[in-house]
Design a protein around this ligand. Sequence first.
Ligand code: 3MF
Ligand code: MG
Ligand code: MG
Length: 398
Amino acid sequence: MKACGGSYSPEIRRKYFISGPQWAAAYDGSALFHAPTRPPIGFEEVIRRYSEIGIAYWSTHDTDIIRAEMLGGAEQAEILGRVKAALDNYGVRCSMVTAETFHHAVWAAGPAAESPNVREYAKFRVCNNVDIGHDLGASFAVYWPGSLGYFVQGAVEETDTLRWYAEALNAACEHDIDAARRLGRPPLKHCLEAKPFEPQAEILLPTSDAMLAFISSGLLTHPEMVGLNPEYLHELMWGAAPRAALARALLAGKLFHFDINDGYRLKHDVDIGIGLVNPLDWLNVLVLLRSHNYTGPFNLDFKPPRTTSASGVFEVSFPSAVDRFITLWEMAGEAIADPVIKEATDALKAGGEYSGDPRDVQALTASNRELLTLHELIAHRLVQILLGLHRGRVFSIA
Ligand code: 3MF
Ligand code: MG
Ligand code: MG
């Protein structure tokens, strides 16, 4: 990392609303067909290492820190006490909490299963998650309904399942309204996170757009409290343009939280660190978010590769991901202020000069013909900014 250069200091890194998930740092390299390559690590160590790097916020699933059997009991209070002590000690803040409703065997038929007992338990889990969030000082609760779907066709009635899922979210929001009032804190922002497939074969809310429709379906009692936590790769996975998905969320006023990572189209969820696969697309995503004054968290939801060692997770994975984010964010600022892009964009918006018959289709086409070449020029300029060529750098030819 020293040889690479281009690192930011922990003080600079702390200026950004970047959060490090407990599960990302604790990911041991295991997967279907893959045995772990790294030893287990607890929250105290993760929070300490995030603090050293300059990652100012931490996020967690309930079961990343508390075993399922212990949730809601005396052990939960004891563990949360230790989490708060670690956060205070290392100057890190908890930004987001999320209930795990996909991994445990109880969720084999999902968090909105036919069984009323399982659905009651799901309500307990999301309400308990709200309590954990307030206790740790978080502002966001995230829901990834990974097992809301099926493997085989016809066994699940989709409209029932979606209604039951809404009931759990309604329980969380109503519980939050009471908790917030009691504690004198603002209610949490409740954020839905979509993924098109994985772990189920078919997912009932596969995209951020499906979730926007669900939020305004009339099934939620507090749709104003519920927004989105899009994940960059989850949109790319189904073949979408993540930037366009984010634009739709922005227009709906629902871009609350953002999981940042990278990967490939139409493949599974490889969760690679931001900017290692699609740096140009990432630059463009951040141009959009900067120009719309997005102020929510950037949550580092990637998985350090199995080839990275336990020390490499904190020496390379996290600092390099943070530094690529900061670089791309600042570069996005340059792109927004770039005089060439600005002049080209202004010219496009002014349109071709023409004062003849407004329905003369040939003349209208001709008046814009030269101007539209600027689309390609803007794309070239963005690549120049990405590669540093806008500052006049050229490559020598032998
Ligand atoms: C799965 C994910 C999840 C969610 C997490 C937060 C483990 O692909 O992205 O990370 O982000 O459950 O709700
Ligand atoms: Mg995610
Ligand atoms: Mg993911």
